[in-house]
Design a protein around this ligand. Structure first.
Ligand SMILES: [Fe+2]
Length: 134
């Protein structure tokens, strides 16, 4: 659901984290879910590149394990559901969008934060014995 803003009928400004969060907010989704959608996978960096950072500030990045796990799932799964290692997924994103797209430009800026979230998620998944299942 974090990518619901890609749905053509919901795209208002064309920045899917914000379009998705605003739609869910209007539909009465829990505020925590709305915020997680707004800030998924370094969306704040992409928002700066896209020119909507002020609008994204309507929402809150909770910076919790739940947030990290959402990012982990997003950054280790391809668009068709294929499992990826983190670095391979970043390569896939870069190649899919091309060098001039705002997503690609934002990728390197937010890479440390993305990598850290994936690392924290892996540590937690290992600590609870789930590392081999996701
Ligand atoms: Fe997304």
């Amino acid at each position: 659901m974090h990518d619901i803003g890609y749905a053509p009928d919901l795209a208002v400004i064309g920045f899917h984290p914000l379009d998705g969060a605003r739609y869910l907010n209007e539909e009465g989704a829990p505020r925590r879910v709305v915020d997680l959608v707004a800030f998924h996978s370094s969306a704040w960096v992409e928002a700066q590149e896209f020119g909507v950072a002020d609008e994204l500030a309507e929402f809150h990045d909770e910076r919790t394990l739940t947030r990290d796990l959402l990012w982990y799932c997003d950054m280790t799964t391809g668009p068709d559901g294929t499992d990826f290692e983190f670095e391979d997924r970043m390569t896939e994103v870069r190649e899919r969008y091309g060098p001039d797209h705002y997503v690609t430009r934002a990728l390197d800026v937010g890479m440390d934060e993305r990598r850290a979230a994936v690392g924290r998620s892996r540590e937690w998944l290992t600590s609870v014995g789930l590392a081999d299942q996701v």
